[in-house]
Design a binder for this molecule. Structure first.
Ligand code: DPM
Length: 357
């Protein structure tokens, strides 16, 4: 990189700042001479605190203001939780780094009143216990698995949610991503990690990503060195699944993926809001090697192909294409089995709940 300062946009929340600073630290390791300015912004998602996310109905709630600043050139890059990025980006924007994933699973955090029973699980909580979450994905899966529990919305950033849990007697427990809790230093509050048999995670959960303009080639070459090949290929497949299901970040869709010995496997699940209907499909592909390209090959290309709105010039384009095709193929099978109707009905129910508010 030349010596120009890179302007980084971030949301203001403590988690967003921790994430932005973590990515900047990695970039500084790659180029100790690089300098960064952080510009913080509030997004609609930060401003609307009292309505469940799934009922606001915009797919880029946490990203819009930042993307406008990126388009204007006020900032050069944005650090996001990849799961908050819509599965389709504006054509002039792309994800140009996907960093190594934290634990992608969901976690259960207990109310302090259960402190005497630290081994409590969702299964063992008394009937009628109220669980806080605003994720339709979490509610649908947990209602199905644990009919003895009740679910109630909880909104706000992580600090607010933990305060709402601890300082009132509304919720017996809340559900959050392991990744966010760990980044905040609150891993010790996790009482139970929800394995895929209990809750499939959200597409791209636990991965941090950098968004830049598609035409900023010099910056893309620098930033794409952050790509973590395994996380990247799993997230390309997961995002392709979500896009092909036409699901936004608030659709009742769960996923699970594994990349081992060049075998990429992807599970997709679609649920009705009450969990009574449940479709799942798992498929596997073998990726051709090598997955990471030698440095020279990168400098030859002048424009980059996107896979699930991700640009990765340093990774095998065949492997990226295979990952994207895998996501589409899992979605196609789910559509054949009735996902179209289940998702349309879930959307209708969600929209009508929003109108009543
Ligand atoms: C999205 C969802 C949630 C966030 C929906 C879902 C959770 C909303 C809620 C798309 N974004 O997961 O089904 O529980 O009411 C969010 C979190 C993180 C990024 C917090 C969390 C941190 C983890 C990460 C909110 N976005 O999920 O507990 O970086 O992946």
């Amino acid at each position: 990189m030349d010596s120009k300062t890179i302007k980084v946009g971030s949301r203001k929340s403590q988690l967003a700042m921790i994430q932005t600073e973590a990515v900047i630290a990695k970039l500084k390791e790659l180029d100790p001479a690089a300098t960064f300015d952080i510009l913080t912004m509030e997004t609609i998602g930060d401003q609307i605190q009292n309505v469940a996310l799934s009922q606001i109905g915009e797919s880029n709630l946490f990203t819009k203001e930042l993307e406008v600043a990126l388009a204007d050139g006020r900032i050069d890059m944005i650090v996001h939780s990849l799961k908050d990025l819509p599965s389709t980006l504006p054509p002039e924007m792309a994800i140009t780094a996907v960093c190594e994933r934290e634990d992608p699973h969901d976690a259960m955090v207990l109310h302090p009143k259960h402190a005497g029973n630290p081994s409590a699980t969702l299964e063992s909580l008394p009937p009628g216990s109220v669980i806080g979450t605003s994720s339709v994905r979490r509610v649908a899966q947990l209602k199905r698995k644990y009919p003895h529990l009740q679910f109630q919305d909880i909104r706000g950033n992580l600090n607010t949610r933990l305060r709402k849990l601890d300082e009132a007697d509304t919720y017996s427990a809340i559900i959050l991503a392991v990744a966010g809790l760990k980044r905040m230093g609150w891993g010790d509050r996790i009482s139970q990690i929800l394995t895929p048999d209990i809750s499939l995670y959200a597409v791209s959960q636990g991965a941090l990503a950098v968004e830049t303009k598609t035409n900023n080639q010099q910056l893309i070459k620098f930033i794409s060195q952050l790509h973590h090949p395994e996380t990247l290929l799993r997230c390309v497949a997961e995002r392709a699944l979500l896009r092909a299901l036409s699901g936004g970040c608030s659709a009742p869709v769960g996923t699970h993926s594994i990349l081992e010995n060049n075998q990429l496997s992807l599970t997709g699940a679609v649920l009705s809001l009450d969990g009574s209907q449940y479709l799942t499909e798992t498929q596997t592909v073998t990726l051709s090697t090598p997955i990471v390209l030698p440095k020279e090959s990168m400098d030859q290309s002048t424009s980059y192909q996107m896979y699930s709105s991700i640009i990765a010039p340093n990774i095998s384009q065949d492997a990226l294409k295979a990952a994207e095709d895998l996501g589409i193929s899992v979605a196609t099978k789910l559509h054949e089995n009735g996902a179209t109707e289940i998702l349309a009905k879930a959307k209708e129910e969600n929209d009508s709940k929003a109108e009543k508010k």
